[in-house]
Design a protein around this ligand. Structure first.
Ligand SMILES: O=C(O)CCC(=O)C(=O)O
Ligand SMILES: [Fe+2]
Length: 392
């Protein structure tokens, strides 16, 4: 290992991840994340994707995980077998930070040998604050930039911190690596996939987890929070309309998002129904991700106006009631997840007709990933690892 690196074994890689990979992982996180394990942090783990009937969304992680593991082995000269211990998309919104620590600093984290943090969006462009700092050694400060990766040993030679995020949502892919095979993430995921994918139908529709996993609230203020799925739609200018009658007292409020819903914007709604709020969110985030391609390829079809209709007074009332339930504090949504530089532009560029014409592309994308998953699974089972299987 080169001079100075012995004391602080670490590596910074620029543009290791392509802009397309960053965008795809952002799409997954913004349509599947739950409130995280620390305040003001959201996360999407691979086991959560499997548990919420979106196992096909593991596919976009496969080759990147493989490349990162190889790079870690090469950089740190590993002459032993290395396993991936954890893979997760993590976003840090306003108020999130972490003080000085090493990544193996708890008894239950001692198995961690190496860390990789991949930046999927950029300081200054997508968020403010959130600089990464090493306590000693060089480089001392890292300003996250989409596509860059930092790798370091998880022990106390690499004590680090993250400054508080002051605006926007800072998105990362965090991974840890271990020599301890009993902490191998792959073998656990493969057995989950095998037990769940047997029943896989043609088009996997997301299945929401329990409502509290999507409920964001400031500390000690449970009543003032918001549902992050409704909030992410709201930030793009979309409202949610439920078919369940507002005065049906037998319903738990959260059931309204698990049942069929429609989305609305600017006094109009899309007649097309979505199975639940996660289904609508996936399609809308897919449309947001692919908007420029979808526009140029003119996916629209004849009579597309008919799928958008004007809202009635009673629909408007239901939407207001839904907002009162799920976005108790709209100001908090904007200050927590919004980024002043882009809020307005994004909102204005997306419309209901666009969502409608994105549905088919989203279905094709989903089916393509599912086919790839199902054809990889036998090999994953044999080797007990999640790896790239060339289709042929
Ligand atoms: O997001 C980062 O830059 C580092 C995160 C971190 O230190 C951790 O999750 O342990
Ligand atoms: Fe850390």
């Amino acid at each position: 290992m080169w001079e100075g690196k012995r004391e602080h074994p670490r590596l910074i890689l620029h543009d290791f991840i392509s802009p397309e990979e960053c965008k795809e992982l952002e799409f997954i996180h913004k349509s599947c994340s739950t409130v995280g394990y620390r305040p003001n942090v959201f996360s999407t783990t691979l086991s959560h994707l499997v548990a919420t009937n979106s196992p096909h969304l593991l596919i976009p992680f496969v080759s990147l995980r493989e490349r990162l593991k190889e790079k870690i082995e090469e950089t740190f000269g590993c002459e032993f077998e290395l396993f991936i211990e954890f893979t997760g998309l993590v976003s840090w919104c306003r108020g999130a930070s972490i003080g000085w620590h090493s990544d193996d600093n708890r008894q239950y984290l001692k198995q961690r040998d190496f860390s990789a943090v991949c930046y999927l969006n950029s300081y200054g462009k997508d968020f403010k604050g959130g600089l990464f700092r090493f306590q000693s050694g060089e480089p001392a400060t890292i300003s996250p930039s989409a596509g860059d990766v930092i790798m370091y040993t998880a022990d106390d030679r690499n004590i680090h911190s993250v400054d508080e995020v002051t605006e926007g949502e800072r998105l990362t892919l965090a991974m840890w690596f271990t020599r301890d095979s009993s902490h191998d993430e792959d073998s656990k995921l493969v057995s989950r996939l095998l037990s769940q994918c047997a029943s896989h139908e043609f088009l996997p529709l997301p299945l929401p987890a329990s409502a509290n996993m999507y409920w964001f609230c400031p500390p000690h203020q449970h009543a003032n929070g918001f549902d992050i799925c409704v909030a992410r739609l709201h930030l793009l200018g979309f409202d949610v309309h439920s078919f369940l009658q507002g005065d049906d007292r037998s319903l738990d409020d959260s059931d309204r998002l698990v049942g069929p819903i429609q989305i609305a914007k600017g006094g109009e709604f899309l007649t097309r129904e979505f199975t639940n709020v996660l289904h609508a969110l996936q399609v809308v985030q897919f449309y947001r991700w692919k908007a420029s391609e979808l526009k140029t390829s003119k996916v629209g079809y004849d009579g597309v106006e008919e799928v958008v209709e004007a809202m009635s007074q009673s629909q408007l009332e239901t939407i207001n009631a839904m907002n009162a339930l799920f976005l108790k504090d709209k100001g908090l949504v904007t200050t927590t997840l919004g980024y002043l530089c882009s809020n307005g532009e994004e909102k204005d560029s997306l419309n209901l007709t666009g969502v409608s014409s994105a549905i088919t592309s989203w279905e094709e994308y989903t089916c393509k990933l599912l086919r790839e998953l199902l054809s990889s699974l036998p090999q994953w089972e044999t080797y007990q690892t999640i790896h790239k299987v060339e289709s042929g």
